[in-house]
Design a protein. Structure first.
Ligand SMILES: [Zn+2]
Ligand SMILES: [Zn+2]
Length: 360
């Protein structure tokens, strides 16, 4: 029993050539393997649609089909491979025929789906001082943007897209593999045209056909609070432009916080700064005033009470990194600083001190 080609295209038996063409266009776009990768059902539908149009668009074949219900022995039993179907599809004009019809043939249609641009990844080194001060930072990075010379088309104004000779414009090639006595035929994307089925006959002299040019972009952003090493931030649409008008990708900023040497970020709280103050042992015993040369360029004084233990932590409020509201603290770790050696006078005095019950 032959297939009902009218039903496949969703038209009546009395459909005009125009109606058949229109229905075919709709169905071929819907079930094209590019749009339905790995979908066997769509593949079968696509085969049927191509077959139906092949018959119904040909006056003789259609008449024979209408009269006898069958036309072409190759269609009996559905014996055509996907490769053959694709070839037939392309021979019937592929998608190009639709667009040539609609736009008067001025510009070939590209079957390639427009793809989104890649993300631009930028490593941003931030000093602790910048983090402390907060505010804005400007970075520069290489970005692929729509070529200004060809406006992203990829070819010169007098050039145009031509069919890829390797895959005859289908975007597919058939790979044949031999397993013992069996042949396996597989359709794969054409490596010469990247599956687009098209080549540029006069590539743009500025971008070489990609439609993209590399430019130095500058981007200003507000430093988010609490950046840690390895943190990242994504900015929508500031990545590379897609080829031939594709949406741009994102800009991904990977942060590296520069080591300061004197100050660091607390492991337990990203808003707190840590400072290790090495205090001479006798100052720790007697108590003293200390001065910190801080990252904001100012000097801060703090007081140590007598007999402060080693490892003691003082918290200086609001001297940490900016939060959404307010700031973290500056944690000052007291480290006892021992003399490297004792002079004989010092030793004599200390030995005398040792006799005091204070040091027992
Ligand atoms: Zn260009
Ligand atoms: Zn090709």
């Amino acid at each position: 029993m032959a297939k009902d080609y009218y039903k496949i295209l969703g038209v009546g038996n009395d459909a005009t050539d125009e109606q058949i063409k229109k229905a075919y266009r709709k169905m071929a776009v819907k079930y094209h393997p590019d749009k339905n990768p790995g979908n066997k059902e769509a593949e079968t539908m696509f085969k049927d649609v191509v077959e139906a149009y092949d018959v119904l668009s040909d006056k003789d074949k259609r008449q024979r089909y209408d009269t006898y219900g069958t036309v072409d022995p190759i269609y009996e039993g559905g014996g055509m491979s996907m490769d053959d179907i694709m070839k037939r599809f392309m021979r019937m004009g592929g998608f190009g025929s639709f667009f040539d019809d609609e736009f008067g043939g001025g510009m070939s249609f590209e079957r390639q789906t427009v793809s989104r641009g890649a993300n631009a990844k930028v490593r941003v080194t931030v000093s602790l001082r910048e983090l402390y001060n907060g505010g804005k930072k400007t970075i520069r990075y290489d970005r692929y943007k729509r070529c200004r010379h060809c406006d992203g088309k990829g070819y010169e104004t007098d050039g145009r897209l031509v069919s890829c000779p390797h895959c005859k414009g289908s975007g597919y090639i058939t790979k044949t593999t031999i397993y013992g006595h069996a042949l396996s035929r597989q359709m794969t994307q054409c490596p010469y045209c990247g599956g687009s089925g098209k080549f540029v006959d006069k590539p743009c002299r500025e971008c070489g056909g990609s439609g993209l040019e590399k430019v130095e972009e500058s981007f200003e952003f507000t430093l988010p609070p609490s950046i840690t090493d390895g943190a990242y931030m994504g900015i929508n649409g500031m990545g590379h432009h897609g080829e031939r008008g594709g949406q741009p990708g994102d800009l991904l900023l990977y942060f590296k916080v520069e080591d300061d040497g004197k100050f660091s970020i607390s492991d337990s709280n990203p808003y707190d700064l840590v400072y290790i103050d090495e205090v001479p042992i006798l100052d720790c015993i007697t108590g003293c005033e200390r001065i910190i040369h801080f990252i904001d360029g100012k000097d801060y004084k703090y007081t140590l009470k007598p007999c402060v233990p080693d490892g003691y932590v003082l918290s200086l409020r609001d001297k940490g990194l900016p939060k959404k509201e307010g700031r973290g603290n500056l944690l000052v770790y007291i480290k006892h600083k021992m003399p490297v050696a004792l002079k004989s006078d010092d030793e004599r005095l200390l030995r005398k001190l040792k006799k005091s019950t204070t040091f027992k």
